[in-house]
Design a protein around this ligand. Structure first.
Ligand code: SAM
Length: 472
């Protein structure tokens, strides 16, 4: 039985409920009356159930599909404006004891160099990231209790937060490490992490077990209930994701939304963000070996339908995707992107040669961060390096409450403007600086509260004169 409140993986991700939702969607995808009813609810911009969203995802009526895209654009605009938050991954170690068949870090792969950064190397990577202009990173590591124990992750977080190179600082460290215990999540929480990220990879238990044949990650229940343990440990910003291409996308879509429903039902807080990675080529991994790859059109529809189903949840797209694809998805709902990413261990300080095979996967968008910033500005977006919410205690249900009432603009817009100004002063090329300085007055004008607007203008002058790190 589907029970969103249950703490049992197979009850909140209930296989039969996913199948019933897929059947309901199949039966109703071209039923104008049902689709209209769902769209009417969606227009309230408060979200949809997984079943309702599944119908929209399957719908093939051309004019309704256009309505879906239009609504996704509107919701994106209402909740996130034109702001896009930037981040970068930082790979700490590719030692891994798991056997994930889609990931080149699987332990059977004996020919990729295994690297675990020392704290000194992490300091250098952090400086390199700061010199690009990054303020928010996601640390990544394989699962290996001997080489990458929690103490190593905690030391690394401490190192990263301690580095202050020139005007740089990493102000938010998000963490993408394997499912762990409540005790370890408590330690991560105490270390001051931002979001805990864990991709489910696939929600289908049978597929999951087949694709994770060996190692601790084989345990579907332990992996699927990880976010519950994180929440119980006090981490109330968690980020979900599936690796599209492993299983039928319709299955993943419904189950992902069920996971969001579960977190909301059990803890009163939905996911802070959802990532939508697609499987990519990597060292000994050939994506075509997986039968469920999705094309760009389906991918865009998935993003639009997630945007409609969970309007208050951030959506993240990485450099796995090309600039062209990212452009399309930004419009439909993505609110956060990585830029200038390296997916190899130590890749920022020591860029790998072109023929290197040590990256976790090939990136499609290889542009430097500065190019991405300029590109965003030219597309009409406001790039943001804001890390303020969690530092000001706006996490979990506090964040969601502000977000659901669409009040988050009052914080995000000023913070985006001030952090972009920092970027322009410290890191931008002349061309990006010119484009950014031209944009700022328009973005300042959007701040409706006069007191805040005046304060922002004052702070921009202070930033110009060398002060840093203003936030609302
Ligand atoms: N070891 C941690 C775990 O098990 O969750 C950290 C994950 S790994 C460093 C980050 C993510 O990369 C994985 O969760 C997986 O979804 C993704 N990934 C692995 N292989 C990939 C590939 N070939 N293409 C695209 N993404 C991949």
């Amino acid at each position: 039985m589907y029970n969103p409140k249950s703490s049992e993986a197979e009850e909140f991700i209930c296989h039969n409920e996913v199948l019933a939702s897929l059947q309901f969607a199949e039966e109703n995808k071209d039923n104008v009356e049902v689709v209209d009813k769902i769209l009417k609810k969606a227009r309230l911009k408060k979200g949809l159930t997984h079943r309702e969203a599944a119908v929209l995802l399957d719908c093939t009526i051309p004019e309704k599909v256009q309505e879906i895209y239009q609504l996704a654009r509107e919701i994106k605009q209402d909740y996130y404006g034109n702001r896009i938050v930037l981040f970068a991954p930082l790979y700490l170690s590719n030692y891994c004891v798991n056997g994930c068949v889609y990931c080149p870090y699987h332990f059977v792969n004996k020919h990729i160099p295994r690297i675990k950064l020392t704290q000194e190397q992490i300091r250098r990577e952090t400086e390199a990231l700061q010199d690009m202009g990054h303020k928010r990173i996601a640390i990544e590591a394989g699962e290996d209790p001997v080489n990458n124990p929690i103490e190593y992750i905690l030391d690394s977080i401490k190192t990263i937060y301690s580095v202050k190179h020139k005007n740089g600082s990493i102000r938010r460290v998000n963490v993408n490490i394997a499912a762990t215990t409540i005790e370890n999540y408590k330690k991560l929480h105490d270390a001051g992490i931002g979001t805990y990220i864990l991709f489910q990879e696939t929600y289908n238990k049978e597929t999951y077990e087949r694709l994770h044949p060996t190692g601790p990650k084989h345990n579907y229940k332990y992996h699927t209930e990880a976010m519950d343990r994180a929440m119980q440990a006090g981490i109330d910003d968690v980020s979900l994701g599936v690796l599209f291409g492993l299983e039928l996308y319709r299955y993943e879509f419904s189950a992902l939304l069920m996971h969001a429903e579960h977190l909301e039902a059990a803890y009163g807080v939905g996911p802070h963000a959802i990532s939508v990675p697609r499987i990519k080529k990597a060292d000994d991994i050939d994506p075509s070996a997986f039968d469920n790859g999705i094309d760009d059109d389906i991918f865009a529809k998935i993003v639009a339908c997630i945007r409609i189903a969970v309007p208050y949840t951030g959506m993240i797209i990485s450099t796995r995707e090309s600039a062209e694809c990212r452009k399309r998805l930004l419009e439909l709902g993505v609110s956060q992107i990585s830029g200038g990413s390296k997916t190899s261990v130590g890749g920022y300080f020591n860029p790998a040669p072109e023929d290197d095979n040590s990256a976790q996967f090939d990136v499609s968008d290889r542009r430097p961060l500065d190019d991405v910033i300029k590109w965003l500005i030219e597309l009409g977006y406001l790039p943001s390096f804001c890390t303020s919410c969690y530092r000001q205690g706006r996490t979990g249900d506090r964040f969601m409450e502000i977000c659901k009432s669409q009040q988050i603009h009052n914080y995000c817009q000023p913070n985006a403007v001030m952090t972009l100004k920092e970027y322009l002063e410290d890191y931008a090329s002349d061309a990006t600086k010119a484009a950014g300085e031209k944009l700022l007055p328009f973005e300042i004008d959007k701040i409706t509260d006069e007191t805040i607007r005046t304060k922002v203008v004052e702070n921009l002058n202070k930033i110009h004169n060398g002060e840093r790190d203003f936030k609302f």
